[in-house]
Design a protein around this ligand. Structure first.
Ligand code: UDP
Ligand code: MG
Length: 314
């Protein structure tokens, strides 16, 4: 039995040595075969130098260094494409995914009842309340309107069997949203709750605006519901205007007074114009995604690796 751990790293020079030490300690104690796949996602600090040094000392270590920053999703995909283990997991380099959970996760998989053991944070301590509120709203909405089953507080940290990894690699879409992909492919998953852990060193790469855009991407990637917004608005407006027309015609015939009010007309025109642009915007989002998908560009480009047989462009 071999375990592969995929670790996306972007400017993690402070946290990386701590993570490496901790995770190695746990894996050595578990007395199993393992490989560590570090994906350097175009870091601008000393992350790559650290990886080069570590790979000289440790034969368990593979590193793939991207030609630029492609994002965590691409880094995870590169890891999946290059992992050889029977059990595979993605872990953050900042210790927010505690390596101490690994033995328990392997045990649960060994029992044979599950195909993957996923982790979820039961607390969000150390996070701004407004961010937590938006996160909760996001999970509520996406679960209502998509068929990807996404659990609140779910992390990307999950240990999976080979069969599941193959399904993920097979899903080679360009616009990737891993939380959705994991949920979409199905399989039997055990959810392991744990208390939130704060980053050991370095800084988060996500600000509020980036997370917000990520959430919108998630919705667009896994649901067609926003596309029907235009139809619903359209039907509603048609109904309202039908009633309004009858009202005005009757008033004209009975009382003979002309329709007055320039202001109300302008209000209606701008309202309808706004709704139309909003709906076009939604359609635009889907078209943009389709455009990128059709181009079939690679997900990532590796410019350096310590492994000859690594899949460099995928
Ligand atoms: N990461 C990455 N590419 C990016 C941004 C982040 O590979 O463009 C990695 C990062 O190095 C870390 C993980 O993704 O290992 C999670 O990032 P971070 O801890 O900043 O996110 P948070 O935990 O704050 O959501
Ligand atoms: Mg983190």
């Amino acid at each position: 039995m071999k375990i592969s751990l995929i670790v996306p790293c972007y400017n993690e020079q402070e946290a990386l040595p701590i993570f490496y030490e901790e995770v190695t300690k746990v894996l050595v104690q578990m007395a199993c075969e393992y490989e560590l796949i570090f994906v350097n996602d175009g870091s601008k600090d000393g992350t790559l130098d650290i990886l080069r040094e570590l790979s000289k000392k440790d034969e368990h270590l593979t590193y793939l260094s991207f030609s630029r920053n492609f994002g965590k999703e691409a880094a995870m995909y590169a890891g999946f494409c290059n992992a050889h283990g029977d059990y595979v997991a993605v872990m953050d380099a900042d210790m927010q995914d505690p390596p101490a959970l690994l033995p328990q996760m392997v045990e649960l998989l060994e029992s044979g009842e599950y195909d993957s053991v996923a982790t979820r944070r039961v607390s969000r301590e150390g996070e701004p309340p407004i961010r937590s509120w938006f996160a909760r709203m996001f999970y509520k909405i996406i679960n209502k309107i998509s068929d990807a089953d996404i659990v609140d507080g779910a992390r990307d940290f999950r240990l999976m069997k080979r069969s599941m990894v193959e399904a993920i690699v097979e899903m080679s879409e360009y616009n990737r949203f891993s939380k959705g992909i994991f949920g979409w492919i199905g399989f039997r998953t055990y959810w392991l709750p744990y208390e939130n852990v704060n980053r050991v060193a370095g800084e988060t790469k996500w600000n509020f605006w980036k997370l917000f855009k990520y959430a919108i991407d998630g919705v667009i990637n896994f649901s067609q519901a926003p596309l029907s917004v235009a139809s619903w608005f359209g039907m509603f407006m048609t109904f309202v205007s039908f009633i309004a027309v009858i009202f005005i015609v009757v008033r004209k015939l009975v009382f003979g007074d002309p329709v007055d009010g320039w202001a109300s007309t302008v209000c209606i025109i701008t309202l309808i114009g706004g709704i139309q642009l909003f709906c076009m915007g939604i359609m635009g989002q889907y078209i943009a995604k389709t455009y990128m998908e059709v181009k079939k560009r690679p997900h990532y480009i590796v410019s350096e690796s310590n492994r000859e047989d690594a899949k460099k462009i995928q």
